[in-house]
Design a protein around this ligand. Sequence first.
Ligand SMILES: [Mn+2]
Length: 426
Amino acid sequence: MELTILAVGDLHLGAAPSRLPAPLAARAEELGAAAVWRRIVDQAISRQVHAVVLAGDLVEDEDDFFEAYRELAQGVERLVAANIRVLGIVGNHDVKVLPRLADQIAGFELLGRNGQWQTLTLSQGSESLTLHGWSFPQKQVSYSPLAGIRFEQGPGVNLGLLHGDRDQPQSPYAPVSSPELAGAALDGWLLGHIHKPDALTAPHPSGYLGSATGLHPGESGPRGPWLLTVSGGTVSAMEHWLIAPLHWQPLAVDLTGIGHEDDARERLMEALSELDKTLNQRPLAPEAVALRVTFNGRSDLAARVQSLMQGEDLQHLSAGTLRIHYFIESLIYAIEPVLPLETLAQRSDPVGLLAQRLLLLQQPGHDPQRQHLLTQARQQMLAQQQRSWWQALDNPPPDDEAVAHWLWQAGLLALEQLLAQKGSAQ
Ligand SMILES: [Mn+2]
């Protein structure tokens, strides 16, 4: 007999996915947090897990939570009706809503109310899992919830359930250190708060579950709940269920050796059809996939590729089975010229001068010449950003790496145009 729980990280119900193109914007409701929550509930019921465990930040914004509350309550009620226990802790986003939910829905079990550690044991046949949970008592907590705590071992596997900021001692969101977690004498930790999942493995899963779905380009890669199996008195398996309906995927496409700019499109479609195969092997494929495409490799056709791509519809790409709606949320050109920059930099003409500056950009650290280049570029960029029509975007000023990336892309295209000019070849 096994004991299975489905562990869910930051859900943020009520948060809408960003950057959806027009054809998908109307379907945002099917792609956001509420949609993944419905998939989680459906799967938990059809796979008959014994409990669903929620690691805090279930709701995005407490001041406007009616919609989110309804979604959450409906899901919890369906789980409870299917005899699945539902346990949760409060994160920094849901200090009001989660205790209220627990008071209103019989069957929703809140652990660690008011910042007081609480222990609960789940059992199935001879297998047991004891959870030690802690909830945020208010929006900000600047002390470690583990300070001065000694855990009493319960039956079976003992796991901690905590929403907090690991190895960020100045954080106002329950800062905890890795040594504190490791020294707690538990079999592992299921953590909420950071949206990027850790690689959690049996028999000692310890780290961030990650968000249930990605909501913006910064949340690319695998997302979803984790199925944790207890058998033989230990955590015998950790399985990441990649069931988010919206998936953010970086896609690198090597253009080395293309003979014509149209070949870039072919290579992109080949990479996409490989991806489509992989994604369709999932038990529940995503509905939509946002691609961050990087063209890289060596070619002197980058400028032509760029103008070709400007004429393409990036909002809807068809691939493979046609079941998934792909779109390109951004397109990055990192193509280098066929001749190495080191060779070009030997020249004393404009090509050589430009190649020397590109090489400077590649150098890490604080080379004074590199810093000077970045400072000059930043001034130009800030002058643009401060124009009144960009103010509404409220963008932060670009950091060194952002400026270097911009210069790199612009510089490579300029270099290619110089190389293409008649008589410049040597
Ligand atoms: Mn949080």
